[in-house]
Design a protein around this ligand. Structure first.
Ligand SMILES: *[C@@H]1O[C@H](CO)[C@@H](O)[C@H](O)[C@H]1NC(C)=O
Length: 246
């Protein structure tokens, strides 16, 4: 009886281990339920280091994952953007979005002193209904920084402060990148480790105040972290996003 109990416990641990998948290559991705988890070490050559990312679980529209990295050199250069990208929350025109609920709970399990990294959404807009992030199809990159450690800054310059949206206060940065414009909402009150919001309020804001056409389409919603330098393990215990259209 005792033996049977312990082997049952052992079996369930094995199943849990088999459920977690770790990727470590520069552009490795793994399907993660309604998302794709990708390493995206696009800025690797500006530094020295390594990173791996683990899918812990995916159930319904919710995903849990983590990333562990150590990066050195060129403290103003982003080394990577490990992220989950929704496979379903995309293809909607801003004018037709009735709501875009999202929820993100995250924490650092460990972090080196002086860590330079953000925790951020990266939302890609364009004139066509579909297009890859950071591509010729991109018109806007909308970032929402839930954290920015170590004095790092978004692209461009700060154009506004003290914007109240989704129950938090934000500073807005703007600047060009390649063929698209970057608009970054940066938390003005430190880390937001449990974020629950309707992304529509950010979309409505940029249409009303930043000249973004409501005919733009959401081509992609990603959620991840941009390490510049330092070592950390960042865990997302729970993340979800959806787009509901009118
Ligand atoms: C990060 O980890 C590397 C490899 O373990 C180590 O050499 C380095 O000192 C660490 N950096 C920081 C800032 O802790």
């Amino acid at each position: 009886m005792l033996f049977k109990l312990s082997s049952a416990v052992f079996l369930s641990q094995l199943v849990a281990l088999a459920g977690a998948q770790t990727i470590s290559g520069q552009y490795d991705c793994v399907p993660a339920g309604s998302y794709t988890l990708c390493q995206n070490l696009w800025g690797k050559s500006s530094g020295v280091g390594s990173e791996s990312s683990t899918l812990n679980s995916a159930s319904g529209n919710t995903v849990s994952w983590s990333t562990t990295y150590n990066w050195a050199n060129n403290p103003n250069n982003v080394k990577s953007y490990p992220n989950v990208e929704s496979t379903s929350a995309k293809g909607a025109q801003l004018s037709r979005i009735s709501s875009a609920p999202t929820s993100w709970s995250w924490n650092y399990n460990s972090q080196s002193s002086g860590l330079r990294a953000d925790v951020s959404y990266d939302i890609w807009l364009g004139t066509a209904s579909s297009g890859n992030p950071a591509s010729t199809a991109s018109s806007y990159e909308i970032m929402i920084w839930l954290s920015g450690l170590g004095g790092i800054q978004p692209v461009g310059s700060q154009i506004q402060s003290g914007i109240s949206l989704a129950g938090h206060t934000w500073n807005l940065w703007s600047g060009p990148n390649s063929n698209w414009k970057v608009l970054s909402f940066v938390s003005a009150s430190g880390d937001i480790t449990s974020f629950n919001a309707d992304l529509k309020v950010f979309f409505d804001y940029i249409v009303a105040n930043q000249g973004v056409a409501s005919s733009q389409y959401v081509q992609s919603i990603q959620a991840g972290t941009e390490p510049f330098t330092g070592n950390a393990t960042l865990s997302t215990s729970s993340y979800s996003v959806a787009i509901n259209s009118a």
